[in-house]
Design a protein around this ligand. Structure first.
Ligand code: NAP
Ligand code: 8YV
Length: 324
């Protein structure tokens, strides 16, 4: 271990490639959770960077007097208090772009699985029911004839839109700011979007601005043929309202990759027949996760060597390397 290498904290269950590279390129220290009580004063004062695979609070940031950079594993960084880090001139980075196509592909797969019940049909075959009972029942839902609404037309939302456009489907969207580079109809509010589509794909960031944005009013507006696909953050969905809407068929079905209290999924959701559930796997291929891991370590290496961060989050884009 070289005394010249910057000390970097590996916080949470970091990806193996982050660990392997960090142990070569930095003086790496690991902890399971970002809890200042797990580190003594001397260690805390040595830490200059964090590779974050867990929540990083304002208190934890304040417990590290010489912290310079937090590199989050994931494009969504709602678990890192980036606004507070910015007040301390601590750089925060995330992992945009390298996962957009993978997440968009998975979203289309989840949508098709939800509508056409493909996981259930496979389970039917594997249980020997095709031979014993005959063909799997026809699905009441189809992608054909649907109108897609995308809540969040950012990097991933646009990749989803391009794919579904190729499926021959009309696309509408809601964001706070209308995009000037797409021809899809923009809706100024989520309720307006939900009123004109029957398929709502949620791919906004988590956090206070989107907390429980998909509530009983939005689900009611989506209507009885409505399908909700959620791949952004579980916090954006009012989960009890969704369970009620699925149970009484206010909407037809839902496909969810993210949940309010991961990895815990409400039993009431699991008991419903008209929902397709994935354990937050939208970016979870070896190649995509390796790309994310490399971006985490490359961001740490760049910033700690005095170079600009590769992918700063918006709260920190104004920093130059001198911390101004
Ligand atoms: P992005 O490029 O920043 O796009 C975010 C989009 O959401 C933008 O169009 C933004 O437009 C819109 N938006 C943000 N806040 C909004 C609000 N309050 N109301 C309406 N629209 C809002 O981010 P991205 O790379 O596409 O990633 C999006 C999110 O997907 C991540 O933050 C993460 O939580 C999630 N994600 C999940 C997985 C998974 O494994 N399931 C994987 C990757 C990402 P405006 O700013 O104009 O409103
Ligand atoms: C990851 C994600 O699953 O990038 C994101 O925001 O939600 C996913 O790619 C997560 O960040 C790490 O497990």
């Amino acid at each position: 271990m070289s005394a010249l290498r910057p000390v970097v904290l590996l916080a949470g269950r970091v990806h193996p490639r982050v660990r392997e590279r960090a142990e070569v390129e930095f003086d790496a220290i690991s902890i399971d959770a970002a809890d200042a009580g797990l580190l003594n004063d001397e260690t805390r004062s040595r830490i200059r960077g964090i590779a974050a695979a867990t929540a990083i609070s304002a208190d934890f940031i304040d417990s590290l007097p010489n912290l310079e950079v937090i590199a989050n594993f994931g494009v969504g960084y709602d678990s890192v208090d980036a606004a507070h880090a910015a007040t301390r001139k601590v750089m925060v980075t995330n992992t945009p772009d390298v996962l957009s196509d993978e997440v968009a592909d998975t979203t289309v797969g989840l949508l098709l699985n939800t509508l056409r019940e493909l996981p259930k049909a496979e389970a039917y075959l594997r249980a020997g029911r095709w031979a014993a009972e005959g063909a799997y029942p026809l699905t009441s839902l189809t992608l054909r004839g649907r109108t897609i609404g995308i809540f969040g037309l950012g990097r991933i939302g646009l990749a989803i839109a391009r794919r579904l456009e190729a499926f021959g489907l009309p696309i509408h969207y809601h964001t706070r700011t209308e995009r000037s580079d797409v021809a899809y109809p923009w809706h100024a509010s989520l309720i307006e979007l939900a009123s004109v589509v029957d398929t709502l794909i949620v791919i906004v960031p988590g956090g206070a601005a989107t907390e429980k944005a998909v509530n009983s009013d939005i689900l009611g507006a989506l209507g009885p043929q409505g399908v909700l696909i959620s791949v952004g953050r579980g916090s954006t969905i009012d989960e009890p309202a969704l369970i009620a809407a699925l149970a009484d068929r206010t909407i037809a079905a839902a496909g969810l990759d993210v949940f309010a209290h991961e990895p815990n999924v409400p039993q009431a959701l699991m008991d419903l027949p008209n929902v397709c559930l994935l354990p937050h796997v939208a970016s979870a291929s070896v190649s995509t996760r390796n790309g994310m891991a490399d971006l985490v370590v490359d961001n740490l290496g760049a910033w700690l060597a005095g170079r600009p961060a590769l992918t700063p989050v918006p709260e920190c884009t104004g920093f130059d390397r001198s911390g101004t």
